[in-house]
Design a binder for this molecule. Structure first.
Ligand code: HEC
Length: 98
């Protein structure tokens, strides 16, 4: 529970809800086709379940596994698609809670 209270302490509650919503929309529209809506789909080749990933990996470890590549001050690429830095942070928060 240490990680949860640390995250909560750093972000105001409203921002948290907005971030969760952004993370959810981004995940469902751009990640769920391979990982499944709840992160448990493993039918895509070489894929591991995202469900429970927040229990085995830290945010930085999850970030490292996204294969991020900066394409500008605010845009990053994941698997050839472009995301804003805010979308990436929201995605990491959302995926860590799957
Ligand atoms: C085209 C299918 C595909 C899409 C779309 C996709 N992924 Fe993946 N993802 C994979 C595969 C395959 C792996 C395992 C191999 C690897 O890491 O490249 C993976 C691995 C991961 C891992 C590491 C899991 C672990 O246990 O190490 C994370 C985190 C992840 N994906 C998050 C995302 C997020 C967030 C998105 C949406 C932006 C996304 N993925 C979109 C196919 C996909």
């Amino acid at each position: 529970m240490l990680a949860v209270s640390f995250a909560a302490a750093r972000r105001p509650r409203i921002a948290c809800a907005d971030e969760w919503e952004l993370g959810r929309e981004t995940y469902l529209s751009r990640c769920a086709r391979c990982h499944g809506e709840d992160g448990s789909d493993t039918s895509y080749p070489d894929i591991r379940p995202l469900k429970g990933i927040g229990k085995r990996l830290t945010r930085d470890q999850i970030r490292a596994r996204l294969h991020l590549k900066a394409v500008g001050p605010k845009l990053v690429l994941i698997r050839g698609e472009t995301f804003t830095a805010a979308e990436v942070e929201a995605l990491i928060s959302y995926v860590a809670e799957l």
